[in-house]
Design a protein around this ligand. Sequence first.
Ligand SMILES: *Cc1c(COP(=O)(O)O)cnc(C)c1O
Length: 470
Amino acid sequence: MRYLSTRGGMQPQSFTQIMLGGLCPDGGLAVPESYPRVSPAELADWRGLSYAELAYEVLHKFCDDIPAADLQALCAKTYTKAIFRTEAIAPLKTLAPGLHLLGLSNGPTLAFKDMAMQLLGNLFEYVLARSGERINILGATSGDTGSSAEYALRGKRGVNVFMLSPHGKMSAFQTAQMFSLQDANIFNIAIRGVFDDCQDIVKAVSNDAAFKKRQKIGAVNSINWARVAAQVVYYFRGYFAATKSNDEQVAFAVPSGNFGNICAGHIARMMGLPIARLILATNENNVLDEFFRSGRYRVRPPNEVTQTSSPSMDISNASNFERFVFDLVGRDSGLVRDLWSKVDAGGEFNLAGTPYFANVKEYGFVSGSSTHADRLATIRRVYKEYGVMIDTHTADGLKVGLEQRQPGVPLICLETALPVKFAETIREALGRDPDYPAGCENLESLPQRFEVMDADAGAVKAYIARHTGL
Ligand SMILES: *Cc1c(COP(=O)(O)O)cnc(C)c1O
């Protein structure tokens, strides 16, 4: 399996080559040269597999430069009850006949990003040990991504993590999750500023090519292909759990921000999984809903991005979307390059009226959006009718999923976080505190380890150099 750039300007590369990189050299995203197909016989065999076994079967199709036995061992080491608190790893909860929640937030940080990031941590360690290299991950976070990366990479050989976050601006729970880590390879840097200041520092440091090379700076952001590939697994798992035979079709409802999660659903469908609909849900930041309704992709300037009660979906630009558009336009990399020359300049494109946009339905996509009031109403309704507490992001997905549901087609709503992470909105909706999962009760009273710094790229570089000794 070889990987190409969506913009056509990269020599074909292997899975582990693209795994350690970020954007392709031409600014595009890495995609497989073709999607592997799953035969009916394989699909029948896969139905009975454990999560770890299924993960191996799926990933094996995307990764041919890690020996099979090693990949199998990495999957077995990752998808355990000890890490994901449940034997099923991604348990299916049935609310009513034909209406399900797929639990993706039972990992260490209680959000779905752990599903892929935990594997990525083990893949990184394995590949670095094989090559004798070291890498220093630099990132910026406003919450879920940073903590998920830290929990995946803590204590791993060959890797340090330098994570910038806006000082005093994350929720108490998210702050405690990150800052209570005591591992020597984790460096939390609280920047006096907002999230954009953190992101600007990451850009400035990465633009210093000499520094980047000397310090071996890498990233684990949401465009990482290995993360997308690892997410494909739970679409298969959810399908098997919600159906009795492989002749049935299902729909998935996916709370979306950077289009990473639902991109994996698209790939599962391209591999042959019988998915009737991929239902994309946004919050008030509806850049993706606007595209799927109208064909217009209009990136929002920072001052148009609203802070919402489903903050992990507050995006201006969906960083993985280019992967889907590449397929939608018949894998025409010249056209993708043209479209994204507009996006990268802060502009927009419009596919309305083109034959490409007419194809959106053939790819199974429909969409909708949700507001704060919708979230409150959905959280209340699910709690009252089914006795189940859901988080704000899951509520966005469920609200749109129910609107776009088709009779006779089971609907699987992806649960992307646990309610405890967004306690304030739960109290607003239900007038009570969310339940704390076992082991998290005392998180906020643990000692915290972090460095407070000004929003100054030079100072951050000096801090990194001091701690790596390079
Ligand atoms: C990251 C995240 C999302 C959005 O996922 P994308 O892959 O960016 O579309 C939704 N919900 C939660 C809780 C998240 O952390």
